[in-house]
Design a protein around this ligand. Structure first.
Ligand code: OGA
Ligand code: NI
Length: 360
C-alpha cells in the first residue's frame, strides 16, 4: 500500500537550482525534448535518470498539499449482486444513489466481470509499457481521437507541470481501432475489457437514472456509446514528493469505470479534504463525471481526484474507460424531470463537443 510520500526538504539541490515550476528556463524546449524521445517517463528511467527533470516539478502550493488521506473515511463499496433480484434491487439503487450524491465515487464488487478479464487488461497495459523502448516509440503520437496513441501526459504542453505517468489511449466506440492498430499484447484484452465495461456501464447508468427517478433507459441510451480508454502506467518515481502521478481534476464525461492494481495512491476530495481510495481486491472504482453532475442538476457530484507519484519499485497500473455520449448534435443539460421551482436548472443546455472544448 502506497501512502503519501514523506515530505523532505530538497537538500541535494542548491537554492538557485531549485527547480520550481515557475523558474525561468526554456520549458517548452525541455518538454519537446522529452516528447521527442517517444518513450515516456519509463524511457527516462531506462536511460538512467535518477532525479526528477524540472519539467515534472509541481508548484509549491500543490506539493505542500500532498498528504495522506483523512483517516477513517472511505468511499462506499456497493455490492451489485442484488441488482437483478426483485427483493434487493431497490436497496442497490439506494446505495448507488447515496454514493453518487455524497462522494461522486464508489467501488463496486460482485459486478460480474470475471477475474481473468480484469487480470487480462491490467497485464496487457503492463506488458505494453514493458516492451523495449524502440517498440513502444512506434505507437507514440500526440494526436488522439482515432486509432491508438501511446503518450506521456495528454496535457503535456498545457499543464503547469508534467506528471510521472505514461498512457495508452484509444477511442473505443463508436469507431474502435482495427485489430492490427493495437499493440499485439493489447489486441484481445482491450476489446474483451470494453465489452464488460459497456455492460456494467449500462447497468450503472440505469441504476443511477432510477435513483434520480428518470424514465428507464434515459441515461444508458444517451450516454454510453462514446467510450474512451486510458491505460496508465505509473513507474517508480525517484522524487515522489516533487511531482504527482496525475494532478487533481474532475472527469469531464458521464461516468468513469476504473480498474487499479494493488499499489494504491488514488485520492478523491470530499468536503474539502482528500481521502484515500484503497485498492479493494476484485473491486472497480466508479466515478461521476461533470456531464452526469449537470444532467442530474447537481444531485450527483463530480469529484476532484488525483494520484500520487509512485514511490514503490512496483509500477502502478490503472485503466479507466470514460463513458460519454457519442451524439454530438443533440442538446445536453439538466434533465427536465429534475427541474422544478424549488430546484431551477443549474446549467444551460449545450452540445457535447462545445462542453468538451470548454473543459480542456
Ligand atoms: C483518469 C484518472 C486515476 C488512476 O485517468 O482520469 O483519474 O487511478 N485516473 O489512474
Ligand atoms: Ni480522472
Amino acid at each position: 500500500m502506497l501512502s503519501a510520500p514523506v515530505l523532505t526538504t530538497n537538500t541535494h539541490r542548491t537554492a538557485e537550482m531549485a527547480p520550481t515550476a515557475t523558474a525561468n528556463f526554456d520549458r517548452i524546449k525541455e518538454l519537446k525534448q522529452f516528447d521527442d524521445s517517444k518513450t515516456g517517463v519509463k524511457g527516462l528511467l531506462e536511460s538512467g535518470v535518477t532525479t526528477l527533470p524540472r519539467i515534472f516539478v509541481h508548484p509549491p502550493e500543490i506539493l505542500s498539499d500532498l498528504k495522506p488521506g483523512k483517516r477513517h473515511v472511505t468511499i462506499p463499496v456497493v455490492d451489485l449482486s442484488g441488482s437483478y433480484s426483485d427483493d434487493q434491487h431497490a436497496a442497490v439503487v439506494e446505495d448507488v444513489r447515496r454514493a453518487a450524491s455524497e462522494f461522486g465515487f464508489f467501488q463496486v464488487v460482485n459486478h460480474g466481470i470475471p477475474d481473468e478479464t480484469v487480470d487480462g487488461i491490467i497485464g496487457a497495459i503492463k506488458s505494453f509499457n514493458e516492451q523495449p523502448p524502440e517498440y513502444r516509440s512506434q505507437y507514440y503520437r500526440r494526436a488522439v481521437g482515432s486509432g491508438v496513441s501511446y503518450l506521456s501526459n495528454v496535457d503535456l504542453y498545457r499543464s503547469k507541470a508534467a506528471s510521472w505517468r505514461d498512457t495508452l489511449l484509444a477511442a473505443l466506440s463508436p469507431n474502435p481501432p482495427k485489430r492490427e492498430e493495437w499493440p499485439e499484447v493489447c489486441a484481445d484484452a482491450v476489446p474483451a475489457w470494453d465489452r464488460e465495461v459497456e455492460r456494467l456501464g449500462g447497468l450503472l447508468l440505469d441504476l443511477l437514472g432510477e435513483g434520480l427517478g428518470l424514465p428507464a433507459g434515459r441515461l444508458s441510451e444517451t450516454c454510453l456509446d462514446g467510450r474512451t480508454l486510458v491505460g496508465h502506467y505509473y513507474p517508480y518515481c525517484p522524487e515522489p514528493d516533487q511531482t504527482l502521478g496525475i494532478s487533481a481534476h474532475p472527469d469531464p464525461g458521464a461516468l468513469t469505470v476504473l480498474v487499479q492494481d494493488q499499489v494504491g495512491g488514488l485520492q478523491v476530495k470530499h468536503n474539502g479534504e482528500w481521502i484515500d481510495i484503497e485498492p479493494v481486491p476484485g473491486a472497480l472504482v466508479i466515478n461521476i463525471g461533470d456531464l452526469l453532475q449537470i444532467m442530474s442538476n447537481d444531485a450527483y457530484k463530480s469529484a476532484e481526484h488525483r494520484v500520487f507519484a509512485n514511490s514503490t519499485k512496483e509500477p502502478r497500473i490503472s485503466i479507466a474507460i470514460f463513458i460519454n455520449p457519442s451524439d454530438h448534435e443533440s442538446m445536453f443539460g439538466p434533465q427536465p424531470e429534475l427541474i422544478s421551482p424549488e430546484k431551477p436548472a443549474q446549467y444551460r443546455e449545450f452540445k457535447y463537443p462545445e462542453f468538451m472544448d470548454k473543459f480542456f
